[in-house]
Design a protein around this ligand. Structure first.
Ligand code: FAD
Length: 325
């Protein structure tokens, strides 16, 4: 097929860093497209911790994950980004004056420059070992806890997400049970202390042996350390067993890597011409992998892409505060 999307800058990844890069591209007068394998904006922040408070991004003393994503999307809207959501970029080929990207769904995008803001790659929640991940009522995220008002909830897992979701749902749900296969939790100590003082019923060491129900979840069968079986009713099973993350296709594009991240220089250039990287996906031996650092990397990358997009454009922009809006 032909090229469906033809822009100055193609951003791979609509996480916090990709969204800020989209704003910044608009500020530098570039047209921009943003592609994400997920069907929503906000990357890890929206998918994994929309309800958690973030305390270390500039300008906010405290901000909920989803609120930060919404604010970034609003800021990015001034660039009128062309979003391609629910499509994973599988191929990237560079030419002397452009790069071509193709998604798994077959969409082709051309950019004069590319910014990889692919985070930890495409991530998918780990399924319950017992399967049944497709049964309605089995979920991996709790984006809107209020949806579970009055529900009988079983949360499975022993990390921060499992403990946080159990505590978040406790005041909302009718009953919350937390099932973990070990006695010890891998979550923050303060959260575990809160958990043990809450009404959440903690069942350890238990594993989910089967998810019960035909049309939708009706319960779980649990197995204890000695092989004993018990059944619990449940309207909702929150499988919070972590994520498999994989840079996947990026590793086949001929990019130099630095351990598990895309190697970049001080202008955020990768080893491929016209291809930059910012945020969690890229690194060097002194990298600090945080949102605030990713924002700076995005600005650095887009400014260095500017002369590639418009010959003669300066790397260093004027002040945004001088720009008429
Ligand atoms: P991501 O948020 O990972 O977004 C990358 C996006 O790229 C994803 O949406 C992915 O689907 C997409 N993608 C990847 N590969 C492809 C492909 N081939 N095609 C299409 N799309 C693709 N950081 C802080 O600074 N402060 C905190 O307090 C903080 N708390 C955290 C709490 C938790 C529970 C977790 C899990 C992380 C926390 N972090 C925190 C880390 C922070 O979320 C990341 O640093 C941040 O999300 C990185 O942003 P990003 O845009 O680089 O990548």
């Amino acid at each position: 097929g032909g090229v469906e999307v033809d822009v100055d800058l193609v951003v791979v990844g609509a996480g916090p860093v990709g969204l800020y890069a989209a704003y910044y591209a608009g500020f530098r007068g570039m047209s921009v497209a943003v592609v994400d394998a997920l069907d929503h904006l906000g990357g890890q922040t929206a998918a994994m911790y929309p309800e958690k408070m973030i305390y270390d991004v500039a300008g906010y003393a405290a901000v909920k994950g989803q609120h930060l994503v919404d604010a970034l999307a609003e800021q990015a809207s001034s660039a009128k980004p062309h979003y391609v959501l629910g499509e994973q970029v599988v191929d990237l080929v560079t030419a002397p004056d452009h790069a071509l990207l193709t998604t798994a769904a077959g969409t082709t995008l051309r950019g004069k420059a590319v910014l990889l803001a692919a985070g930890i790659g495409s991530f998918s929640p780990r399924p319950l070992p017992a399967g049944d991940g497709s049964l309605p009522g089995v979920v991996h995220f709790v984006p809107r806890p209020a949806d579970y008002a009055g529900a009988d909830v079983v949360v499975v897992g022993g990390g921060d997400s499992a403990v946080d979701w159990a505590l978040t749902l406790e005041p909302v749900a009718q009953r919350v049970t937390l099932v973990h296969r070990r006695d010890a939790f891998r979550a923050h100590e303060a959260s575990v202390t809160r958990l043990l003082g809450s009404t959440v019923e903690v069942l350890t060491p238990y594993e989910v042996d089967a998810v019960l129900g035909s049309e939708r979840v009706e319960g779980v069968r649990l197995v204890d350390g000695e092989g004993g079986l018990v059944e619990r009713s449940a309207d909702v099973v929150v499988a919070a067993l972590g994520f498999k993350a994989d840079l996947g296709p990026l590793k086949r594009w001929g990019l130099d890597l630095d351990r598990r991240q895309v190697a970049v220089d001080r202008a955020q250039r990768t080893s491929l011409p016209r291809v930059f990287a910012a945020g969690d996906c890229c690194g060097h031996p002194d990298k600090v992998t945080l949102i605030s650092v990713g924002f700076g990397e995005a600005a650095t990358a887009v400014n260095h892409a500017a002369p590639l997009v418009s010959a003669g454009a300066p790397v260093v922009p004027g002040h945004s505060s001088d720009d008429p809006h």
